[in-house]
Design a protein around this ligand. Structure first.
Ligand code: DC
Length: 216
C-alpha cells in the first residue's frame, strides 16, 4: 500500500483555508480535516459542561475524552451534530483560549496524526506543517491582508467588519504568541497570499505545487 499523502495548509483566520482545503480534498479524493473545528468542539463542550477555561487539567481531560467525528460536511461531538454551534462567536473566542493549553494540543495532535497515518489528507489549521506533520510532503502557508480576512469572515457570519477585525486580530495575536505550537510558517512551506485571488486561482496555485512535489 502507498504511504498516505499529507497536504498541510496553515495560516491565520479568514485566509481562505477551509474553502480551499475542502475543495482540494474533493478534487484529489483525499480526506478533508478541519483541525480548527476540533479545537472548537472541545471549547463548546467546555462551555456547555461549565468547565472553566483556566482549568487546564479539566480541559485536557475533555480533549482526551471528546469523540470528534467528521461526517460529510457535519461535525459531530460525542455523537451530536455541533456544526452550527461551533461557529458561534463565544465558541471562537473560547477555542482560541482552549487551543493554548498544552494537554489539549497533545490530545488533538495525537488524534490528527492517527487520521493522517491511515488516509491521504488535506489538513488545515495553525500547526499542521510545523508540529503535527513536520514531514508532510506538501506544506502551504496561506495568508491574506488582515482587512480582507476580516471582510470574508464578516460576510460568513453577518457581523460588522470592524467588530470581526477586532476579534480576529485578538485571536491571531493569541495564536501567534502562545508558547505551545504557535502559528508560524514552516521553513519548507510555500507562502501564498490569497488577498487578490479568487478561490479557484488559489486552488490552481496549490494544485501546481502538489503536481510538482508529487512528481519528484
Ligand atoms: O481555524 P479556526 O478559526 O476554526 O480555529 C479555531 C481556533 O483554534 C483558533 O483560535 C486557532 C485554533 N487552532 C489551533 O490552535 N491549531 C490548529 N491546528 C487549528 C486551530
Amino acid at each position: 500500500m502507498c504511504k498516505p499523502i499529507i497536504i498541510a495548509i496553515d495560516g491565520p483566520a479568514g485566509a481562505g483555508k477551509s474553502t480551499i482545503a475542502r475543495s482540494l480534498a474533493g478534487k484529489l479524493g483525499f480526506t478533508y480535516i478541519d483541525t480548527g473545528a476540533m479545537y472548537r468542539a472541545v471549547a463548546l463542550w467546555a462551555l456547555r459542561a461549565g468547565v472553566d477555561l483556566s482549568n487546564m487539567l479539566g480541559l485536557e481531560r475533555l480533549a482526551q475524552e471528546a469523540r470528534i467525528e467528521f461526517s460529510g460536511d457535519r461535525v459531530l461531538l460525542n455523537g451530536g451534530d455541533v456544526t452550527a454551534a461551533i461557529r458561534e462567536p463565544q465558541v471562537s473566542e473560547a477555542a482560541s483560549k482552549v487551543s493554548a493549553v498544552p494537554g489539549v494540543r497533545r490530545a488533538m495532535r495525537d488524534e490528527q496524526r492517527r487520521i493522517g497515518l491511515k488516509n491521504s489528507v488535506v489538513m488545515e489549521g495553525r500547526d499542521i506543517g510545523t508540529v503535527v506533520f513536520p514531514d508532510a510532503q506538501i506544506k502551504i502557508y496561506l495568508d491574506a491582508d488582515p482587512g480582507i480576512r476580516a471582510g470574508r469572515r464578516a460576510k460568513e457570519t453577518g457581523a460588522s467588519v470592524g467588530q470581526v477585525a477586532r476579534e480576529i486580530a485578538e485571536r491571531d495575536h493569541r495564536d501567534r504568541s502562545r508558547a505551545e505550537a504557535p502559528l508560524t510558517q514552516a521553513p519548507d512551506a510555500e507562502y501564498l497570499d490569497s488577498s487578490g485571488l479568487s478561490p479557484e486561482a488559489v486552488e490552481e496555485a496549490i494544485l501546481k505545487i502538489v503536481r510538482q512535489r508529487t512528481s519528484n
